[in-house]
Design a protein around this ligand. Structure first.
Ligand code: R5P
Length: 236
């Protein structure tokens, strides 16, 4: 099973790069997670890789850019990108995403909104039958300022969250996961999310919330790698 999933991720990532990488791209966003590893690998194989700069979405992504021999830039230097590729934790039928399972949502969203085109890559398990919150039930990742986590947790419960959990490091770290921006993460499960935009806005309005892992109406295309080795591209 795990080999099939890895193959599906690679198929999605390689196809997404092959079908979308702009011939004269100058600035390219590289997301985070295990699927984007294959995106960076494929981009690293391009003959013209010296001609564009890549913008990371966090620590892992920065290392992927360096390890694949790509030019590294910052979002401060290049606030307008030609294209960005990133993974997803769940995708609904309107191409809204849940992201942040790997704790990278804020910089990912910054890069996504700064890009002319945003392409998501995922394996078949990420495709929701309809609504977000169906397959990804550990909750919507929400980045919060550390001292606000208790207050925001209570606010989220009042808003109807079934569960709210402070993300902890488990065996790897006693205590909370700290993001690349030195914040904490809450995972809030709201069941099936019928109005993604409204939920995002309501959470974002809470004092202490930096960003939510709901990517609303940002994605141009999603490439899914399937179990049988084929791929599916869904676009608006
Ligand atoms: O914080 C992590 C990111 O949002 C990832 O892009 C997301 O979790 C998907 O990761 P993966 O490709 O490993 O499933």
């Amino acid at each position: 099973m795990s080999n099939l999933i890895e193959q599906a991720k690679k198929t999605a990532a390689y196809t997404a790069v092959d079908e979308n990488f702009p011939a004269h791209a100058k600035v390219v966003g590289i997301g985070s997670g295990s699927t984007v590893v294959y995106v960076a690998e494929r981009i690293g194989q391009l003959a013209n890789k010296a001609e564009f700069v890549c913008i990371p979405t966090g620590f892992q992504s920065k290392n992927l850019i360096i390890d694949n021999g790509l030019n590294l830039g910052t979002i401060e230097q290049y606030p307008e990108l030609d294209i960005a590729f990133d993974g997803a934790d769940e995708v609904d039928t309107l191409l809204n995403l849940i992201k942040g399972g790997g704790a990278c949502l804020f910089q990912e969203k910054l890069v996504a909104v700064a890009s002319k085109k945003f392409i998501a890559v995922a394996d078949f398990r990420k495709k929701s039958p309809q609504y977000l919150g169906t397959n990804w039930t550990q909750g919507v990742p929400i980045e919060v300022v550390p001292c606000a986590w208790v207050k925001v947790s209570a606010d989220l419960k009042r808003m109807g969250a079934e569960t709210v959990t402070l993300r902890e490091g488990g065996k790897a770290k006693a205590g909370p996961v700290v993001t690349d921006n030195n914040n904490f993460l809450l995972d809030a499960h709201f069941g099936e999310i019928k109005n993604v935009s409204a939920l995002h806005s309501e959470i974002k309005a809470l004092v202490g919330v930096v960003e939510t892992g709901l990517f609303v109406n940002m994605t141009d295309k999603v490439y899914y790698g399937n179990e049988d080795g084929s791929f599916e591209c869904v676009q608006k």
